[in-house]
Design a protein around this ligand. Structure first.
Ligand SMILES: Nc1ncnc2c1ncn2[C@@H]1O[C@H](COP(=O)(O)OP(=O)(O)OP(=O)(O)O)[C@@H](O)[C@H]1O
Ligand SMILES: [Mg+2]
Length: 246
């Protein structure tokens, strides 16, 4: 079978006044892979993530999904057209909603009469929480999201991606505020997602975490991609050197 990249952006540029946040960037995500997007502060990583999730519109460049040129200009389009789910550290979920409401936000299940089918949503939430990814310490889908730890919140967002059969999960520094144990769980979920046919892009400053889960590394500096290698062709020393290179 031909190995087509699931997602690809070509010659993407984004400027803010005189500052070029993305400078002629080519970036691709294959099937069943975890890509580590690395680089120093201000390198352009979050801008690239936001561009992919439809929050930032590029000035120039093309986007291809499954080989077809695609236009993504809103977050909804990135979710529905490209199958992209994005997890930001704090804003992925609404704290005062139950887990069930969060999982079905914007895509509620309704009865034949058009009313919200709470029972069905709760039952499905139990399935979501118990299958695919196992989230420890959550006993009820009626629990408010605000009562969960950072790692559990991310796990719910990951479960949502699995349930809605997303193709790509974008995680921008997901582990920066997590405990060691929670970090391990989130990294484990990302690896498990490959079995569900979900590829991930993980932005992190922790190269040990990156080496634990990523199949490929892309290093950015001053808005440009300066290095790209498969894990099997590189090592921690080389990647570290690229990240700290000015
Ligand atoms: N909305 C914006 N307006 C103006 N400048 C911006 C905006 N967003 C990003 N930038 C600038 O673009 C550059 C890239 O920022 P970006 O947030 O993508 O970096 P990053 O690689 O995610 O860094 P960090 O590791 O610190 O999160 C920075 O110089 C930043 O100041
Ligand atoms: Mg950032």
């Amino acid at each position: 079978m031909e190995n087509v990249n699931y997602y690809e952006c070509k010659n993407v540029t984004k400027s803010y006044g005189n500052l070029t946040a993305l400078d002629d960037v080519n970036f691709s995500i294959g099937k069943n892979e975890v890509v580590g997007l690395l680089g120093d502060n201000g390198a352009g990583k979050s801008t690239l993530i936001k561009m992919m999730s439809g929050v930032v519109t590029p000035d120039t460049g093309k986007i291809f999904v499954d080989g077809k040129e695609t236009r993504i200009s809103t977050r909804k389009e990135s979710e529905e057209v490209a199958g992209i789910e994005t997890i930001y550290q704090n804003s992925a979920l609404c704290d005062d909603m139950t887990i069930t409401r969060n999982i079905f936000m914007g895509r509620e299940i309704t009865t034949n009469l058009g009313f919200m089918d709470h029972k069905k949503m709760e039952e499905t939430s139990v399935d979501v929480l118990e299958s695919g990814v196992h989230i420890s310490g959550i006993d009820s889908p009626l629990k408010e999201i605000g009562a969960l730890s950072g790692g559990q919140k991310q796990a719910v967002a990951i479960a949502r991606a699995v349930y809605f059969k997303r193709k790509i999960l974008l995680l921008d520094e997901p582990t920066s505020a997590l405990s060691v144990r929670e970090t391990e769980r989130v990294l484990q979920y990302v690896t498990e997602l490959k079995k569900e046919d979900v590829s991930s892009v993980i932005v992190t400053h922790n190269l040990y975490h990156a080496f634990q889960v990523c199949d490929r590394f892309v290093v950015m500096s001053h808005g440009k991609v300066i290095f790209e290698k498969n894990k099997s062709d590189t090592n921690l020393e080389e990647v570290t050197e690229q990240v700290i290179k000015v």
